[in-house]
Design a protein around this ligand. Sequence first.
Ligand code: FES
Ligand code: FE2
Length: 326
Amino acid sequence: MDGSVSTWLAHRTWYAVALSSDVDGGRVHGADFFGHRLVVYRDTGGTAVVLGGQCPHMGADLSLGSIVGDDIQCMFHHFCFGPDGSCTNIPSNDRIPSSARVASFPVRERWGVIWAFNGDEVDTEPPGIRDYDDDSLAYRARRTDLFPVEPWVILGNSFDFQHLRYVHALEFEDPDDMVWFDDGRVEYDVDFSSPAFGRFHQRIRVCGTNTVSYVTTGAVDSMGLFTTTPTSAGAQSYYISATPRTGSADEIEERLAFQEKLADDLLVDDIRAFTGMRFDESGCDTRAQVRFRGAARSSTENCRVTARPRGMPTAIGDAPTIGAAL
Ligand code: FES
Ligand SMILES: [Fe+2]
């Protein structure tokens, strides 16, 4: 091992920044994104808007403001900003300087989650669940765990087959048919058995550097999608459980609850593994781990936000890099 260490990497991908329910009923949501502030709300048509959340006038938190038409109004001196980030009104001044604007992000809403794209040119859509149309599934989204490492390190577990045996007590053969797509998806299938869950088959899809979905068949058919977003305190995870819209409401609920328990039980062990870790990527030495690490490095170009979280300690203790002005 050469003792190299990881720093926080920003990737050009879709990040979950709010649950849909966070902005229902005209509510305004503040989100921590790489240590920067975002404001999330809905315009008059119900479309979600994600903007830089620090007012360019004197820096007030726009998530404490009010929605006025399609705009967000700062609570301090009532500057207004439209969905494209431009300032639309300064009550105390006829002239609006061109510098009075905040960043605006490409946005999608999928799986009960609001996703912001960390880049200008959208070249993918937010992740889906393998082999299923969204409309065919009942689903439930939750904000779940906070991890002490960056998203791509967590997703690296999808390629760390040894940890599945030692941390999660799963028995299986390593997949030999992983398919790597040009758009950042990786797909493979595994037959597992475990003392806790018996025998089950999973069709797994990693999307980009921060999302993985599972289609589980066995005693219960259910699906899960795990995604995680960097904040100043760590990586905030979201989990979507899903199941085909078949059977009674009770049966659907039972399958959703099974999938959530499966995820919760597995993730609590992953968090233990990462707690206190000073991640050393040079230990990622299997073919799949090396390939994933290379893919993660190559998707750091053309990002809208490039800074790792402010105040986030790193193994080498250097100063934070400066990202896009939000
Ligand atoms: S700080 Fe926002 S309008 Fe003054
Ligand atoms: Fe794991």
